[in-house]
Design a protein around this ligand. Sequence first.
Ligand SMILES: NC(=O)c1ccc[n+]([C@@H]2O[C@H](COP(=O)([O-])OP(=O)(O)OC[C@H]3O[C@@H](n4cnc5c(N)ncnc54)[C@H](O)[C@@H]3O)[C@@H](O)[C@H]2O)c1
Length: 341
Amino acid sequence: MRVLLTGSQGYLGTVMAPVLTSAGHEVIGLDSGLFADCVLGAAPRDPPGFPVDLREVGPEHLAGIDAVIHLAALSNDPLGSLAPELTFDINYHASVRLARLAKQAGVGRFLYASTCSVYGAAGDGLVTEQAPLRPVTPYAESKVRVEDDLRELADADFSPVFLRNATAFGFSPRLRADIVLNNLVGHAVLTGRVLVLSDGTPWRPLVHARDIADAFLAALDAPREAVHAQALNVGTEDNNVTVAQIAQEVVEAVPGARLVITGEHGADPRSYRVDFAAIRAALPGFQARWSVKAGAVELAEAYFANGLTEKDFERKFTRLARLSERRAAGTVDERLRPVGP
Ligand SMILES: NC(=O)c1ccc[n+]([C@@H]2O[C@H](COP(=O)([O-])OP(=O)(O)OC[C@H]3O[C@@H](n4cnc5c(N)ncnc54)[C@H](O)[C@@H]3O)[C@@H](O)[C@H]2O)c1
C-alpha cells in the first residue's frame, strides 16, 4: 500500500517507517521537522515526503494514498499544558481536517495514534476500550475529541481505527527523554540515581516503540471488519506497572544505580491499568514482545554506547525544552510553524 505517515520524523515515526517499508509498503512521510535533528547515534534515513505543517495539508498531499497513519501531534502532557490552544489547533482541528481530506481523496484506512491516557484517573481495575473516558489533560482531551469526530466520518469506504497506545519506551534514533522509562534510565546512566518525583504508586501501562510499529502494521494489513471504527489498546498486561516497579527495573538494568523516591510532586492523577484483549482478538498476528526490563537494558546500552550527555538529555531530547529553545532562537514561530529556509 502507499501509506502517508504523518509525524514520520518523530520518536515513533522514525521507528515505524522502516518497519512499514520492510513489510512492502511504500511510505510517504509528512512532518514539519520540529525534532528532526534530535538524533542519538547514527542518523536515520527518512522516507521521502513532505516537509509540511499539518495545518497546511491540502488535497495534493493525499493524491494516490491508500492509507494514512497519523502520528503528528504535540505529543505529551507537559507540551499540551504549555499551550492548550496550540494542542487543540494541531492535535484536534488539523487532525480532523486531515481525516476529511483523506476521506475525500478516497483513502480507505486511517490509523490514528490515540493514547491510553484518555482513561485518565481510572483506579486499580483493568480498563477496556468500553471504559468511560476521563481525560485529565488538554493532550488527552484532544485525543478524545479526534476519536469522536473520526467515528462520525466512518462509512463503507472510510475506516478510521483508534490505536490507543500505552506510554512508549525504548530506543529510537530520534530519542525522547520525557517518557518515563527513557527518563529514568537516562538519569541512572548520567547521575547514578533513579529519581522518582511522584510517590511511585501510579499505574502506567508501557509499550515498546517497536511493538507500537508492529501494531500499526498489523492494523494496516487487517481485514476491514476486524478494525473498522474500532478503538484498540496497544500494549500488553505484562507491562502494566507502577512507577516504583519501573524504577526498580532501571536499578537492575544500570550497574551501580540507586533508587531515590522523593515524592515531591505528590500523587499523580494519571493512573490506569489497561486490558489488551481486544487487540489480540482483532489482530491475531500482533504480540507486544518487549518487556520493561529488556527495554531498560536496551536504553542503558544505547546511552552508554552513544555517549549521552546531560545537556542533550535535558534539552535536545526533552520536547518542551527543545521547542522553547527553538522558539527563542526564532527557528519556529509562536504557533510552532517552522521559520526560514
Ligand atoms: N510516545 C508515547 O509515549 C505515545 C503514547 C501514546 C500516544 N502517542 C502518540 O503517538 C504519536 C507520535 O508520538 P511520538 O512520541 O512519536 O511524538 P514526537 O513528539 O516524537 O513526534 C511527533 C512528530 O510530529 C511532528 N509534528 C508536530 N506538530 C506538527 C505539525 N503541526 N505539522 C507537522 N508535523 C508536526 C513533529 O515534528 C514530530 O516529528 C502522537 O500522536 C502521540 O500523541 C505517543
